[in-house]
Design a protein. Sequence first.
Length: 270
Amino acid sequence: MNKAQSLPDISVFVITRDDGKTIEKTLKQAKRFARELIVIDYGSEDNTMDIAEKYADKIYRKQWLGIYRMKNFAVSLCTHPWVMHLCADEVVRDNLIDEMKEKFGKQLAKNKIGFRFPRRFHIGSTFVRWAGFYPDHQLRIFKKSMAHFRGNAMDESVEIWDAKKERYVSESPNIFTFNNAIHYYPFKTIKDMENYYYFNAEVGFKKISKFQAIVGAYGTFIEKFIFRFGFLSGGLGFKICKILAMRVWKQYKRASDPSSNYLELERGRL
């Protein structure tokens, strides 16, 4: 019997590029509950597509459109009433699949239109609980007819119809939050995290002054390291909070550089 029978029909999509080192676990676990598994690739040159062909029901190759446009394109490809999106370095473990099977139907009876998950952020195999990285709730399953993505070059979010279907909103009482988490493995080392955060400093949308940059950098470190308990992660926590603070300073530096090409942000990782 198909293990997805205890869940409603869900289309799961994964957008990828050169994720051969992580995507197999993502797809293998998603296959356990997805009625339809879709992979959209935007230029992989490694073995990502070889892996996708083992698991995906449908594979599409698409030129990069920007993160939220790519996700809206992916939603348009889904053929089932419920849609879930996963990053190619995220894993839905067995305990979460079991919880979904147990609770999904009960929540549908309460007219839920979206489902949110906590997300456990890992560097290598180390779970980063502090500095604001957990629970990091993510709205990942939603009714296709009730939601869309919006955002900018680097960020996106899901918006859903309000109760009267008059406008899209970011929050709704008709969203259920699961207890078990999606596991997220974006970086193998702290150096990988540093390189990614510094390259993708979110600039180009508004400039900040040098004073704002200094205050923002120190404020970010204090907030994350002290008030968000980053110090409980020891030396790793210190390095993470330093990276987050330095990103604010790099925003200022890059926004102040007339030669900066903000369009390069469009080529960043998902």
